[in-house]
Design a protein around this ligand. Structure first.
Ligand code: HEC
Length: 105
């Protein structure tokens, strides 16, 4: 007769999940990486966002979203984010080490 106990015991073991990075700002900022570089460390031509004061970033984002600051792509992009999400993104980017690698500020 086959032993059925082992598979049943395995099913009863609690699943241990790896520690997850739950910073919503980090996940949201990943959508900016195509243009502004990983964690806001832009390379050629685009503004570096990493390590800039949260208040400054938040103000820029709010102005783009409100349409009071002109831009080619940012006003359109930021329409898709809530104010809370923009705050989370700004907080995350401000906490990143500022590395100027050919990007302009
Ligand atoms: C498609 C490329 C692209 C993506 C994606 C993108 N940006 Fe931008 N970003 C730009 C460009 C280009 C500018 C210059 C202003 C303009 O032309 O809209 C800019 C400007 C900015 C500025 C102003 C910087 C300054 O010093 O004036 C901030 C802040 C910014 N982006 C934040 C973000 C954030 C946060 C995201 C993600 C939610 C993001 N960007 C996604 C291309 C992009």
């Amino acid at each position: 007769m086959r032993c059925w106990r082992l598979p049943v015991l395995l099913l009863m073991m609690p699943a241990t999940l790896p520690a997850q990075d739950l910073d919503p700002g980090r996940m949201l900022a990943a959508t900016c990486a195509n243009c502004h570089g990983t964690d806001g460390r832009a390379r050629a031509g685009l503004p570096v966002l990493a390590g800039r004061p949260q208040r400054e970033l938040q103000a820029l984002l709010a102005e783009y979203k409100a349409g009071t600051r002109a831009g080619t792509v940012m006003p359109q992009i930021l329409r898709g984010y809530s104010d809370e999400q923009l705050q989370q993104i700004a907080r995350y980017l401000a906490a990143q080490p500022a590395v100027v690698a050919g990007g302009r500020r």
